[in-house]
Design a binder for this molecule. Structure first.
Ligand SMILES: [Zn+2]
Length: 463
């Protein structure tokens, strides 16, 4: 596991001395300045030195990263059963630590049962677990047999105690009650699964939420001030989803590069898109991960149960006779074409002015914590450039979530949740991997070892 040493720095007044600062608002990196932090908040940028000094010559201060699509629980790192073994809870600790060590200070969790997430959040807040702030959906909303059809609701009364990863809704009033219930339990946003086609696209259609239920979920969420994120995979689903006016589309269409017509609709509706290129990339190229899965780095990042399963996945990824995870990954397992369509769609969305958000989908088997910096690199490569890609993981993400008073940029008054890197990520996005120090909620950490998932075997190009 990447080490994360907690530094003995008083939470009072701290001065980062002679540090360069990524000013994400203006789009420039400053010359050396002093940044003053008081009790976990930024007090001043470019001020005379005061308080406890931390020398930061030759380092660059970057706003903490926000991962807008994550699965902290990662219940699928063994078999596709979603069973919560004791190892799952230990893996949660690893996921959180790796995220923080790689500069991630806030994650949107997309599916984990709300009561479990509340407990995890409590452990993070009191400092028992080192990790980013978690904003939780508490569950995914779908219908009987609907996506994700391989996840099942936990029955009551157990669901009342730990929550459930999924709820099936069959009426408008169910939808309104469920949104209110999740909100009352502490959910910060709402996640919907909507996929009308099976994974080979051509088989029998899958059930999806009825039009009026989809609309009721979005209306109820908006009335409570919650944003709605919708998982989608196929172009035929874009129109029915957007009719309900959600706030973001998660992933992209597997069957085609986004058409002009859909592009215009997405833009008109004002929704943001989280392309999750990293999970898409890893689905296409997971066979390249065999060497990594056998490495010491992998056994530091994952519990032994997960390592065993991931080795098996990497070894059999392109084996047509291996059907044990076919149900979950379908025909696009190993499909470079699907990934190419995703990158082209991302470029077209960005060029049309659609807000793009950074999300890895970590925890969904082929994407791992520690890859958020790589998602920034991918967004940069596929149309956004370094500045806009970093904005997708900082200021734009914070604005979308509604937390930009606290997060997203290095400005007086905001939380001093940021990290120091070697190099300048506005010149080279890969510099985001050179993390030297992280600050979160008034605590200061020094990462060591592999802080980001070294997913690439030697000899493969970054895509
Ligand atoms: Zn996901």
């Amino acid at each position: 596991m990447p080490t994360l040493e907690t530094l003995d720095i008083s939470p009072g007044r701290v001065c980062l001395r002679d540090v360069r600062v990524v000013d994400i608002v203006s789009g420039h990196t400053t010359g050396p300045v002093n940044v003053i932090v008081e009790h976990g908040r930024i007090a001043a940028v470019d001020a005379p030195p005061q308080g406890v000094g931390i020398p930061a010559q030759n380092l660059t201060l970057v706003p903490g990263l926000i991962d807008c699509h994550s699965h902290i629980l990662s219940p699928f790192l063994t078999k596709q059963e979603g069973f919560l073994g004791a190892w799952t809870m230990r893996q949660i600790g690893r996921n959180l630590r790796t995220n923080l060590a790689s500069g991630v200070v806030l994650v949107l969790d997309m599916l984990s049962p709300i009561r479990i997430m509340n407990k995890v959040r409590w452990l993070v807040e009191r400092g028992t677990l080192a990790g980013p702030e978690i904003r939780a959906s508490g569950a995914i909303l779908s219908c009987e047999g609907g996506y994700p059809e391989f996840i099942f609701p936990i029955p009551w009364p157990l669901a009342g105690i730990i929550g459930s990863p999924k709820y099936h809704l069959s009426s408008e009033s169910d939808a309104r009650k469920m949104v209110a219930y999740l909100h009352k339990c502490g959910a910060d946003h709402i996640k919907i699964g909507y996929t009308s086609r099976p994974r080979d696209f051509h088989g029998p259609k899958m059930p999806v939420l009825k039009r009026e239920i989809l609309i009721a979920i979005c209306d109820a969420a908006h009335a409570l001030g919650l944003k709605v994120a919708v998982h989608h995979n196929w172009s035929c689903d874009i129109e029915p989803i957007l009719e309900a006016n959600p706030d973001s589309l998660e992933h992209q269409c597997n069957d085609q590069v986004i058409t002009d017509e859909h592009l215009a609709l997405v833009k008109k509706k004002g929704v943001a898109v989280t392309p999750t290129l990293t999970v898409g990339h890893n689905m296409a190229y997971f066979d390249q991960k065999t060497e990594f899965m056998r490495s010491q780095a992998a056994s530091e990042l994952f519990e032994p149960e997960a390592v065993e399963h991931l080795k098996f996945v990497a070894d059999t990824w392109l084996d047509p006779n291996e059907t044990s995870y076919q149900d979950v990954f379908g025909y696009w397992r190993g499909s470079h074409d699907v990934y190419d369509r995703a990158t082209q769609t991302t470029r077209r969305l960005f060029e049309a002015g659609v807000p793009i958000l950074c999300g890895t989908d970590f925890g969904a088997v082929t994407a791992f914590s520690g890859e958020t910096a790589d998602e920034v690199r991918r967004l940069s490569m596929h149309g956004l450039g370094n500045l806009e890609a970093l904005r997708a993981a900082t200021l734009r993400a914070a604005q979308h979530i509604g937390v930009d008073a606290d997060y997203g940029s290095i400005e007086p008054g905001k939380r001093a949740d940021f990290f120091l890197v070697e190099g300048d990520p506005l010149e080279d996005a890969a510099a985001l991997r050179n993390v030297r120090m992280v600050a979160k909620s008034g605590r200061w950490y020094k990462p060591g070892g592999d802080t980001t998932t070294p997913m690439f075997n030697k000899g493969y190009a970054f895509k």
